[in-house]
Design a protein around this ligand. Structure first.
Ligand SMILES: [Zn+2]
Length: 68
């Protein structure tokens, strides 16, 4: 279930799986703040979605993500 993003206060954070991997990310649809674990959402430091995906050699297209 999506939770409100406290970083931007506008979007919701949704669990997403990177297509073709089992890696789960929690991504704000609005500001693209990304967390790697559910417990960290709105608590721990976020990463930028594009930076994170490039860092692991993935496309930054939203079509890389499968909503969970
Ligand atoms: Zn946000």
């Amino acid at each position: 279930m999506p939770v409100e993003c406290k970083r931007c206060g506008q979007g919701s954070v949704q669990a997403m799986r990177i297509r073709s991997t089992n890696i789960l990310l929690w991504v704000c649809e609005e500001c693209e703040a990304t967390w790697k674990s559910q417990e960290e959402v709105n608590v721990g430091k976020f990463e930028d979605y594009g930076t994170l995906m490039r860092g692991i050699g993935r496309s930054i297209l939203w079509s890389e993500l499968v909503p969970q």
